[in-house]
Ligand binder design. Structure first.
Ligand SMILES: Cc1cc2nc3c(=O)[nH]c(=O)nc-3n(C[C@H](O)[C@H](O)[C@H](O)COP(=O)(O)O)c2cc1C
Length: 180
């Protein structure tokens, strides 16, 4: 198990209902003495205010709102990070990454990242079970990205099944065991 102390962690946040949990994830990463920078999608920012990510991570948030003026940021961030984790990862962002679609700051950073990339999917059980999602996850695995197993239980929709984002404590443990 590896210490996260001093590790540079790039956290991608997407528009899943679990976006608020990424705030707790940032807190735990900071508590573990990691350096954290956040990149959020527009949909993520519809769910959680950007100032929360900046404040908790102690770094300016990168998003489509401030990315256009500084497009080279994606290369810098990709090189800066020791690890990138997308948590929560929406079905949409998983699909875009699997297919190399680059239409947002997050996707530009993902495609530029040279570090290990971790995904913590978060979605309803039918989205998770859809063959398109399964095939996109398989593609990410072929890119040597690591998938943090989803949890099972009550989902925000009220349905019960697989698709919950892994608990923050389990994400931290997964990183500790799998970060290089
Ligand atoms: C309140 C709300 C909750 C949502 N929760 C999820 C979710 O848990 N998982 C998911 O894949 N999509 C969810 N969506 C749909 C995504 O936000 C939508 O697909 C969006 O395009 C994702 O964009 P992004 O991947 O760029 O963040 C939700 C949408 C809303 C409005």
């Amino acid at each position: 198990m590896i210490s996260l102390e001093g590790k540079k962690i790039l956290l991608g946040v997407t528009g899943s209902i679990a976006a608020y949990k990424s705030c707790f994830l940032i807190r735990e990463l900071i508590r573990a003495k990691a350096e954290v920078r956040c990149v959020a999608t527009k949909s993520a920012l519809d769910l959680v205010g950007g100032i929360t990510f900046s404040t908790l991570s102690k770094n300016e948030l990168v998003s489509d709102l401030n990315f256009e003026n500084n497009w080279n940021n994606h290369v810098d961030l990709g090189l800066w990070a020791d690890a990138m984790i997308i948590a929560p990862a929406s079905a949409n962002s998983i699909a875009k990454a699997a297919n190399g679609i680059c239409d947002s700051a997050l996707m530009a950073v993902y495609l530029s990242a040279k570090c290990p990339v971790f995904w913590a999917p978060s979605m309803d059980l039918d989205m998770w079970n859809h063959p398109a999602t399964k095939s996109n996850i398989d593609k990410l695995i072929t890119y040597e990205n690591k998938i943090i197993p989803v949890g099972e239980g009550e989902l925000a929709s009220g349905l019960i099944g697989k698709g919950r984002m892994a608990e923050v404590i389990d994400i931290i443990e997964f990183l500790r065991y799998n970060i290089l």
